[in-house]
Design a protein around this ligand. Structure first.
Ligand code: BDR
Ligand code: CA
Length: 311
């Protein structure tokens, strides 16, 4: 099994990433930490806990992370994820307590207590990851296997023409993470926009007879609304964040290519763009394995099987 910490900002697709992690025997979810982005820090923390409660995983330690990006003002995405950050379903009230420590302290605790290396999965902005690497550089070098993240794009944007939202929220944090010398795996928009769940597949989720699937049916229907705008050219809703966990479960679902990836932090039009050296023009170290293609039918099968496993 792969031991992981999931640093997220739930968020509909974050919640589905949590579900995949919990449902998979290949993954051992050691902790969940949260960052603000899709909604305010209080809401994303509460959403992570409500999701774990729904999934029956109240023993997993949860800690809330840094409140603001390193340099920028926080910007949230209520237009995508709703007022609560997880609109579309009634989720249970958590019966367990948040850990009395910060996100990076919980990350450090998990790494120290583990005899094996741990993978950090980031499906929100990289604020906590960057702080962790700065505060605990030796522990990170010794105990972090890799950082698998959803963020960035090669030549696309979903918030500005060239910038994906997770990197948009905190470009400086992303720059720290990408240049830390830790092995990186990236799920950019290029792959997550292929990782769509189609409308009739969302309906099929509604037919799965368990409480978890019923809640996720509502969540996916809500998440679909924002993505219905014809400008995106989608047939359903892009499941960005679950690509990270799916890759850890079964790498053969994806086509990847190793290349150097860095972040533009000063561009007038491109601040927050991930610059992907596809043709090896810089000669810089190939620091990132970038997902570029996905076997969508098998990916959706994994999602459906995971949802069914709660019945
Ligand atoms: C990313 O931004 C968030 O809204 C999603 O949860 C995902 O992590 C997509 O750009
Ligand atoms: Ca997210």
């Amino acid at each position: 099994t792969k031991k992981i910490i999931l640093d997220c900002d739930p968020g509909h697709d974050d919640a589905l990433a949590l579900l995949l992690a919990v449902a998979s025997p290949e993954i051992e979810l050691k902790a969940v930490t949260t960052s603000a982005e899709n909604q305010t820090p209080e809401k994303t923390l509460n959403n992570a806990m409500r999701t774990l409660q729904l999934l029956g995983q109240t023993q997993i330690p949860v800690a809330g992370g840094n409140q603001t990006p390193l340099v920028k003002e926080l910007e949230t995405a209520g237009n995508v994820h709703g007022e609560s950050g997880l609109d579309g379903a009634e989720l249970p009230t958590p019966t367990f307590e948040v850990q009395p420590m910060t996100a990076i302290e919980l990350m450090a605790k998990v790494l120290r207590e583990s005899d094996e290396k741990v993978t950090l999965v980031v499906t929100g902005p990289m604020i906590n990851a960057a702080l962790f690497l700065r505060v605990y550089p030796d522990l990170a070098k010794e105990k972090l296997a890799q950082i698998v993240f959803m963020g960035g794009a090669m030549g696309l944007g979903n918030w500005t023409p060239s910038v994906e939202f997770n990197i948009f929220v905190d470009p400086e944090a992303a720059k720290i993470v990408l240049n830390a010398g830790i092995p990186l795996v990236m799920a950019p928009l290029n792959v997550t926009h292929q990782a769509q769940i189609l409308e009739d597949e969302i309906k099929q989720v509604g037919q799965i007879d368990n409480e978890v699937a019923k809640a996720f049916h509502g969540l996916l229907e809500f998440f679909g609304i924002y993505h219905k705008d014809p400008k995106w050219g989608f047939d359903g809703a892009p499941l960005h964040d679950p690509c990270t966990i799916a890759w850890l479960i079964d790498e053969t679902l994806f086509e990847t290519k190793k290349m150097n990836v860095d972040v533009e932090t000063t561009g007038e039009l491109t601040r927050g763009e991930t610059v992907c050296d596809y043709y090896e023009l810089t000669g810089k170290e190939k620091n990132t394995e970038v997902m570029l293609g996905i076997d969508r039918p098998r990916f959706i099968q994994l999602i459906m099987d995971s949802l069914r496993s709660f019945g």
